[in-house]
Design a protein around this ligand. Structure first.
Ligand SMILES: C[S@@+](CC[C@H](N)C(=O)[O-])C[C@H]1O[C@@H](n2cnc3c(N)ncnc32)[C@H](O)[C@@H]1O
Length: 191
């Protein structure tokens, strides 16, 4: 694996200081960073679940010097949001504090969504799919069933996996790397 970019290293340190073990893994982050580079001019990226900003750091790293892409990340935990207040975020990135399922219908459509919270993924998946612009990409993390301890969680993952893989609005592929991901694109021709 490549060295971790400086923005990501700083975010990982912040997460470690808060004893937070749920940041996205490097393999997921590298893919997220790559996908961010494919965002069309003037496009929009949404992260569901900011944590301490590791996923956000991968997105911003992928965007590099681009300032034409709006990046929005949602987090309900005020301590996590506050920890990011001291970070010098670029003007095109914003952290929205609140509940994902309440906010999702109010934020418009996005060209890339990183689903990395319980909400918008294990519950409210339809809200996430509805927020995909035509031809948008959706990266869903934590799909490896063996990473989940309880049978309730494993069956939730299985239901979400089936929903994503069979939804006629999506073309989806399973990526059996890292914490397990599904990458889907929103078919433009299916309403
Ligand atoms: C897996 S962590 C996110 C990690 C982050 N994406 C990263 O890569 O560093 C999930 C986050 O989602 C947040 N979360 C869970 N349910 C939420 C909800 N309903 N609304 C907003 N945030 C939520 C949690 O507080 C937690 O910080």
């Amino acid at each position: 694996m490549k060295a971790v970019p400086p923005l990501v290293a700083a975010a990982e340190m912040r997460a470690a200081e808060h004893d937070f073990g749920h940041s996205c893994q490097q393999g997921v982050g590298e893919l997220l960073s790559f996908l961010a580079t494919t965002t069309p001019p003037g496009g929009r990226i949404l992260e569901l679940g900011t944590g301490f900003g590791v996923g956000l750091a991968w997105i911003l790293t992928g965007l590099g010097s681009r300032v034409d892409v709006e990046v929005v990340t949602i987090e309900r935990d005020s301590e996590r949001v506050a920890s990011l207040a001291e970070v010098d975020l670029p003007a095109h990135a914003s952290i929205v504090e609140g509940d994902i399922e309440t906010l999702l219908p109010t934020l418009g459509q996005f060209d890339l969504i990183f689903a990395d919270a319980e909400a918008g993924k294990w519950t409210g998946l339809e809200l996430t799919i509805s927020a995909l612009a035509p031809r948008a990409l959706l990266l869903v993390d934590d799909m490896d069933i063996s990473h989940h301890d309880s049978s309730h969680d494993r069956s939730t993952v299985e239901v979400v996996r089936k929903a994503l893989m069979t939804d006629p609005r999506l073309t989806a592929v399973e990526l059996n790397a890292s914490s397990g991901m599904i990458l889907a694109s929103r078919r433009a021709e299916v309403p």
